[in-house]
Design a protein around this ligand. Structure first.
Ligand SMILES: [Zn+2]
Ligand SMILES: [Zn+2]
Length: 77
């Protein structure tokens, strides 16, 4: 009767979303926000940022590609 439970477990990196702020794809499981990558969620809302680990131009932890909107750049710098 609990046979469906396993199907609800989704691997961390299976779902990808596109950040509405910087336009980068990111792993949904890596960000607290529905429409923002961890980087933008951090600068816009103060959430903990991903400890980015870039390999081949993308963070292997959150899949962020290093993009930043002009707005994020002004906050960050
Ligand atoms: Zn973003
Ligand atoms: Zn990252």
């Amino acid at each position: 009767m609990y046979g469906n439970i396993n199907r609800m477990i989704v691997k961390n990196n299976e779902i990808r979303r596109t950040c509405s702020e910087c336009g980068s794809d990111y792993y949904a499981a890596s960000s607290p926000m529905q429409e923002l990558c961890p980087e933008c969620a951090h600068f816009l809302y103060g959430y903990e940022n991903c400890p980015h680990d870039f390999q081949n131009g993308r963070c292997v932890k959150c899949h962020w590609d290093g993009s930043s909107s002009e707005y994020i750049k002004t906050i960050r710098d």
